[in-house]
Each structure stands twice: as structure tokens, then as C-alpha cells.
Design a binder for this molecule. Sequence first.
Ligand SMILES: [Zn+2]
Length: 140
Amino acid sequence: MTVLVHMAVGAAVGSFVGGRGAAFTLGLLSHIPLDVIPHSEYEKTWLEVTVVAVAFGAMLVAGMGHTTAFWGAVGGAVPDVENLFWRMGLLPARRKMFPGHAPWLRRFVPHGRTLPARHAWWQVGIVAVALLVAARNLVA
Ligand SMILES: [Zn+2]
């Protein structure tokens, strides 16, 4: 799944708890089922890195750095740092550790097959719903 989806869902699940550590952990755990679902990925790594940096930057500028939604988003995004290093040629695929990424764990936690970009619309829907949930919990 794209990192933006992981961030949004991480923010949503993190927004339900009161502590940053719990929010981070929930965001981290949410990463696993999202990667199992067949999904589209960015073709250009630099574009995804830019989108993620802008999203985190916007959250920090908006003063959300202390919120559990922010820490849930961080937890949701962190596992894909190893994918970034792999794409950059800095980490061999066999060294990936996270369930859904690690080849040696794929028997237990498979990674969803890659869908063409035209299927990305429902990922936009997941992001929209997740952001609504997170925003609702922020103001509640
Ligand atoms: Zn992932």
C-alpha cells in the first residue's frame, strides 16, 4: 500500500487512543493488513517521498506533532523506510524484516499483488475515510 494510505489509517487508529506509544503501535500494526490487500504503488519513489514529506510537514506546521493521530501516522509509515532503502539499493530484499515485506515471512504474511494505477481510486477512498475519522477524533 502507498505510504500515504498507511499514514492516514495509522492516524485514524492512533486517534482512538490516549498515548503516543499506543498510537504508534496501532499505526505499526495497521500496516500489516493493508499490505496484504492487493494495491497500487507509486512508480516514482521520489514522488512518494515528496508526498509523504509534505504530509508530515503539514501535520507539524498545523501543530499536530503532539497528537496521537500524528504518532499513529508515524507508526503506519515507519515500516516502509526499509522499502525505501531497498528501492534505493541500500538494503537487499532478503534483509527486509517487517511482515509483508520480508521474503522469508511471506508464507505467513503475504504481500498483496500489485494492481495497475487505475485501481488506485479506492486507496484515495481509504485515505478520505481515515482522515475523516482522525479529524473527528481530534475535535471530539
Ligand atoms: Zn509496507
